[in-house]
Design a protein around this ligand. Structure first.
Ligand code: FES
Ligand SMILES: [Fe+2]
Length: 444
């Protein structure tokens, strides 16, 4: 449970908000590289941390993420011509480069001086891991890119998707570290509604209880927790070791392929862009694996590319989930009766069904921003409680002039999730044994 004030501090990320300032100290995923693969390809409409932006790749291959609106008469640059190293507004021809500089004012005589004053916001961008990252914070505090393992692999070893979730960012992120729901929301006894064994959270032998024992260790990047479930063999345990990294990165364990991670990038206070990544650390994805991933039973959900109107009418270019609140997430009550816990097809579809319909604070669209003052949390909610506590503490520190140390320590992000069956009953023992795999990439 959070007070309404802390709930607002945690969730709201627009310009000038405490959490917005914190997010602006980190590099954030903004687009997939493939969206603007070609120089001078069509621009993309974005909203990040409540700011309307347009992303494009110029003639020289550089990527710009700049203000969505032309400063002249506020036309949307999305309609513009992407040509000769700049985006040209189609209304009167003003042109902007990837840094937001105004480089042409063709409807003005002797425009040199005027041109210099017409620059717009242009945020620094980088490409890593087939993702375009943006930094929206103070230039003098720009850190290195977070050293997440999946940013280092060739394109053949990663599968990236992004899609719109119609909730506040923290709802998505918190669902990710809520391990006990996996035994219920995602349970399925019917083979046709189950993932292949190598794509399940456990693989055989499966766990036999839905009340995991959770041990959480706070770290200098956030926390790692192990959730332990019993198996049919009383000496063996299913362990899931999950990583949460400030402010919203998660690494989620699977026993087999693929490994996964998510980043929850606020669009505005009531929408979040989910960046879902699956990766194989040591080999290419096979065509069959890509087919299974793209079929939508896991992460990502079933998707279609498209543009959509946000609550205030602004349109963004993204991917949209096929199963959504407008079609009851395609729930099948017969399937629900016959062994699938929800009657909803995919893992993310099951997650979003819940997260997009949580009770909101007064005056906000259903599911938009959950009213945490009314929750009744229990021991299995420790990871969620800890993430909130850490983030609110970082906000307090920022108000006292101390920036989040994680922002300037990209090396801290080089950790891994893990899922396995082990004879160890104690998390510390498991961590000690598997330290090389889980933690050793991390700086100290
Ligand atoms: S509104 Fe863009 S050039 Fe006039
Ligand atoms: Fe889930």
């Amino acid at each position: 449970m959070l007070s309404p004030e802390d709930n607002d501090r945690l969730c709201r990320t627009g310009p000038g908000t405490p959490m917005g300032k914190l997010f602006r100290l980190f590099w954030l995923p903004a687009m997939l590289s493939s969206e603007v693969r070609e120089p001078d390809s069509p621009p993309r409409r974005l909203r990040i941390l409540g700011e309307d932006l347009v992303g494009f790749r110029d003639t020289d291959g550089r990527v710009g993420i700049i203000d969505a609106y032309c400063p002249h008469k506020l036309a949307q640059l999305y309609w513009g011509r992407n040509e000769e190293c700049g985006l040209r507004c189609p209304y009167h021809g003003w042109k902007f480069d990837v840094n937001g500089n105004c480089i042409d004012l063709p409807n003005v005589e002797n425009a040199e001086n005027t041109k210099r004053k017409m620059g717009i916001t242009g945020y620094p961008t980088r490409e890593a891991g087939w993702i375009i990252w943006v930094y929206m914070g103070p230039p003098d505090k720009m850190p290195g890119l977070p050293g997440l393992e999946w940013t280092t692999f060739p394109e053949s070893q990663v599968s990236h998707h992004r899609w719109l979730q119609r909730t506040n960012w923290a709802q998505g992120m918190e669902g990710e570290i809520d391990t006990s729901h996996v035994s219920f929301l995602h349970r399925s006894n019917s083979p046709e509604h189950s993932l292949p064994p190598e794509f399940t959270y456990y693989g055989p032998p499966g766990p036999v209880d839905g009340s995991p024992s959770i041990t959480l260790k706070e770290t200098n990047y956030g926390f790692v927790y192990g959730s332990r479930r019993r198996t049919l063999n009383e000496n063996e345990f299913v362990w899931r070791v999950t990583q949460w990294l400030v402010p919203m990165f998660c690494l989620i364990p699977n026993r087999g392929y693929p490994r996964t991670g998510r980043a929850w990038v606020p669009v505005d206070d009531y929408n979040v862009m989910t960046f879902g990544t699956c990766f194989n650390a040591d080999r290419d994805f096979t065509d069959k694996e890509r087919q299974i991933l793209d079929a939508g039973s896991f992460f990502p959900p079933r998707l279609q590319p498209g543009s959509t109107r946000l609550d205030d009418g602004y349109i963004i270019d993204t991917w949209l989930p096929v199963a959504n609140a407008d079609n009851d997430f395609l729930i099948d009550r017969e399937v629900q009766k016959s062994g699938n816990y929800t009657g909803i097809f995919g893992i993310n579809e099951q997650d979003r069904c819940i997260q997009e319909s949580l009770k909101s604070i007064p005056g906000v669209r259903n599911g938009g921003l959950v009213d945490r003052s009314r929750e009744r949390l229990v021991s299995s909610d420790v990871p969620v409680i800890t993430a909130r506590k850490q983030l609110l503490k970082l906000l307090k520190d920022m108000e006292n002039g101390i920036d989040p140390p994680q922002a300037s320590r990209p090396d801290l992000y080089q950790v891994r999730a893990m899922a396995d069956v082990s004879l160890h009953a104690v998390f510390d023992e498991l961590l000690n044994e598997r330290n090389d795999y889980i933690m050793s990439l991390a700086g100290s």
